[in-house]
Every structure is written in C-alpha cells, then in structure tokens.
Design a protein around this ligand. Sequence first.
Ligand code: GUN
Length: 293
Amino acid sequence: MTQTHVIDGKEFAALLKTKIADQILNYKQNFTPGLATILVGTNPSSQIYIKNKIKTSHDLGIKSYHLDLPATISEIALLAEIKILNEDSNIDGILVQMPLPDHIDANRIINAIDPQKDVDGFHPINAAALYMNQKGLYPCTPTACIYLLKQTLSSLRGLKTLVIGRSMIVGKPLSLMLLHEDATITIAHSQTIDLKTLCLEADIIVAAIGRPHFLRGSWIKPGAVIIDVGINRSLDPDSKKIMGDVCFEEALGRASAITPVPGGVGPMTIAFLMYNTLKAACLRRGYEVPDMF
Ligand code: GUN
C-alpha cells in the first residue's frame, strides 16, 4: 500500500497570493491593476466562481469592476460592453464567465476581448502564443495543474501523462503545456475507447471530465500522480457536496499523490487569474513582470 500525499492547493495558493499582493504593493505608486468580470445570467456555479474572483481581487489589492448582465442580453449588447472595457485604461484584465447562454456565440465574445487584457488566455492570439511556446497570457486552470505537478514531481520529462478532457479551458491548453515540459501526452475524451487501460498505463492523470467520482481507484497505476480538475455537484440533489472527477477515497493508498476537491486545483486557478491580471497590467503599462516561480 502506497502512502498517498494529498497536494495542498490551498496552501500553495496562499503562498502565491501573498507574493502577488507584495508585488501589487510594490507597484502601488505607479498603478493599481484592474480586473473586470462579466457574468451573464444566474448560473449558480458561475455566481460562486465570480464571487470568489471578486473577493480575491479585493484581498490582493486589485481593483475589481463587475458587470452582472441578464441572460437575455443580446450578443451585440455584450460586445458593446466589452468594447467599453477594452478602451478603459484602468482595466487590465477582462474575464467573461463561461458558459454563456446559447444565443451568444462564445467565440465571437472571446475574439472581441483585447488580447492584452485576456486574462483567461482564451483569445486566438494567446492560444497561438501557447502553441508556439511564446510569451503571452496563458489559461489559469492548466497553469495551476502544471504548477502543482512540478511542485510534486520536479520534472515531467518523458512521463506518460493522460489528460482526460479536450476543452478549450483545460484539456487542450494543458496538453500543450505538458508537451512543453517534455511529458509524453495522451488526450482522452468522451469518444475514447477503453479509457481504463489508458489510465492504468499513465504515470500522471489529469482528470477534467466533469462527472463526479468518474475515475475509480482500480483505474490508477500504483504510484501515479493524480490531478483532479473536476468541480461537480453531487448527483444526489439533497447533497450540497462538491465532488471531484476522481473517487478520492479509492485513490488513497494507490496514487503517490493526489489533489483533493475542494482545496486542490480550484484555489490555484484563482491565484493564477490574479497573477495574469498583474502580468497583463505590467505588460500593458510597460513595467517589468515580476518572476515569482
Ligand atoms: N468557466 C469555467 N472555468 C472558467 C474559466 O477558467 N474562465 C472563464 N471565463 N469561465 C470559466
């Protein structure tokens, strides 16, 4: 039986947030970073994420601007709001919470955000920068996964890494980042045949599936490192519990390390959003980007 190390994302995030707050204080005489968040509609999960992002901005000395827009807003009206934020020199970062209502084309919205203010790293200019391994703003959740993996393993070189999920927010950008760390990548998704066999071959599994406790302990190669990106509500409607994609209890004693849910990747994602806001502010305003890794 392996002793499984539980990776404390909250503690790493606290450390990173302290460093970011110090740097913001450092630049106080020159500028205060500004982050604009946009929530369209009343999706309860999105409301919680946005609340967390606004609170963390305040805690770190980032000025927060929030737009709460009705689900019925037209695409044109939303594009007009983004244009105003693009042109506002106090705003360094713009985040439009996903998912958007069906009548709005998310790609059109993403493409309208000034790439210099795209703290989500979703704009094609930033996606291309990541693809080319060039400087840019990179997506927060994949950055959080890489950070936690490197804290746990120091080097990912050659390791067989299975990414489950191919979304624009996690799976795709994360796969590129892993490639840049010299890992050997497999990307699995909803159409993958025999996922269990792929899992059992992997030294590292990143689960970004979106289904509670989908990945079972018996699918994990003994000694593997597991990063659980899932933030799911329990299938039991009476339970308010947030569950990961991995059956955590079953992974204990089998994985060498695992991120818990909550308290793993989630807090790190927010910390990296704050970092991206500071980075965007420094780049746009002509100041040195603090290196804190
Ligand atoms: N919805 C789920 N994750 C994210 C994220 O990282 N950014 C945005 N904008 N929306 C999300």
